[in-house]
Design a protein around this ligand. Structure first.
Ligand code: PHE
Length: 349
């Protein structure tokens, strides 16, 4: 009996040794055949009860060795690469394949142009300053030499905001980022060389040329002996970098309450090159910004000695620069979130 069992175990061992993981699911088939509840190892264990008592110990040892032998083979089968491929086929996921790329978004054209404007002025030593979009009357108007009832206020079509804690004072959505310039000047640290990018609001009827919110970058440079020549050269450098080296500029006298003298700057039309088109209204020139020398009242309102310091300021609409750069005809496209429009812009432009 013992001898016969020993022989059977030996032949199972030879069989196991020769077991090739060729077919799909080989390790599972092996487990069921040898190690399962109705498998060969269990079966042999069951035969122990028929063995005479004096042989039980020896046979127990033998069966235990056999069980370990089968388990090792099973582990080996489970870890084999063919078997991994089986698992893959089984679940139909190949973890070694490259993943599906997620569609990448692109930057909004306004952000692309804003970043470009910032980087041009940063090269000239301008730092970025930011301020709140909900402003008080002082920072948006009064400090900027626009006291109550000043006619220039009407041009801004302001959105007013009621605030229960304001004690009757008026709050508003800022109509320009000049309010940030006031906040910077009030800090009392001179010289000042900043640009203020941000969103501004005006109560205008939405059309291809106007919107109730848009974006500005305003600039301010306050130091000793700042002249209009500095302003011109700074803005000339800006448009050359923004458009191209050959761009032409011209200044027209204008009026802003917080600058004196004031001007508007035009560039030659980038669309028709100056020959006349509907963008430049057949003049060959397009206005891109307002500017001027900081008004002494503005400096004094912000606690700066206007006999010692002078400065210049300028302000431009980012939408307008973007429309000229990319030949976009309708302002509303910027806020409609139409992916067909937005996908056309890459940061490298
Ligand atoms: N704040 C002005 C506007 O929004 C622009 C401007 C800024 C003009 C600085 C002159 C100097 O219209």
């Amino acid at each position: 009996m013992m001898e016969e069992l020993k022989e059977r175990i030996q032949s199972y061992k030879t069989e196991i040794d020769a077991f090739e993981p060729g077919e799909t699911n080989a390790s599972e088939l092996f487990r069921i055949k040898y190690l399962g509840t109705k498998g060969i190892v269990k079966g042999l264990m069951g035969e122990m009860k028929n063995v005479p008592a004096e042989n039980k110990k020896g046979l127990g040892q033998l069966l235990n060795d056999f069980k370990i032998f089968a388990e090792n083979k099973y582990d080996q089968l489970k870890g084999s690469s063919i078997n991994n491929a089986e698992v893959t086929a089984h679940t139909s996921i190949d973890f070694t394949l490259p993943g599906d790329a997620l569609p990448l978004g692109s930057r909004h054209p306004i952000s692309i142009v804003k970043n470009k404007i910032i980087s041009i002025f940063q090269r000239l030593g301008f730092a970025v300053a930011e301020g709140p979009e909900i402003e008080d009357d002082w920072h948006n108007f009064t400090a900027l030499n626009m006291p109550q009832h000043h006619p220039a206020r009407d041009m801004h079509d302001t959105f007013y905001v009621s605030h229960p804690d304001s004690g009757g004072a008026e709050w508003m959505l800022r109509t320009h980022t000049s309010s940030v310039q006031v906040r910077e000047m009030e800090k009392g640290k001179l010289p000042i060389r900043i640009i203020c990018p941000g969103r501004v609001y005006r109560n205008e009827t939405i059309s291809a040329r106007a919107h109730c919110f848009f974006h500005q970058v305003e600039g301010l440079y306050i130091a000793e002996n700042v002249s209009f020549a500095d302003l011109k050269q700074t803005l000339y450098f800006f448009v050359q970098e923004m458009f191209d080296e050959a761009v032409k500029i011209r200044f027209r006298p204008s009026y802003f309450p917080f600058t004196e003298p004031s001007a508007e700057m035009d560039i030659n039309c980038q669309i028709c090159g100056g020959t006349g088109c509907n963008v430049c209204k057949y003049t060959g020139w397009v206005e891109i910004l307002g500017c001027g020398m900081a008004h002494p009242n503005l400096l004094e309102n912000c606690g700066i000695d206007s006999n010692k310091y002078s400065g210049f300021a300028f302000g431009m609409g980012i939408e307008r620069i973007t429309m000229l750069k990319y030949q976009i005809k309708d302002l509303r496209l910027f806020s409609e979130n139409d992916l067909r429009f937005l996908k056309q812009f890459t940061s490298a432009m």
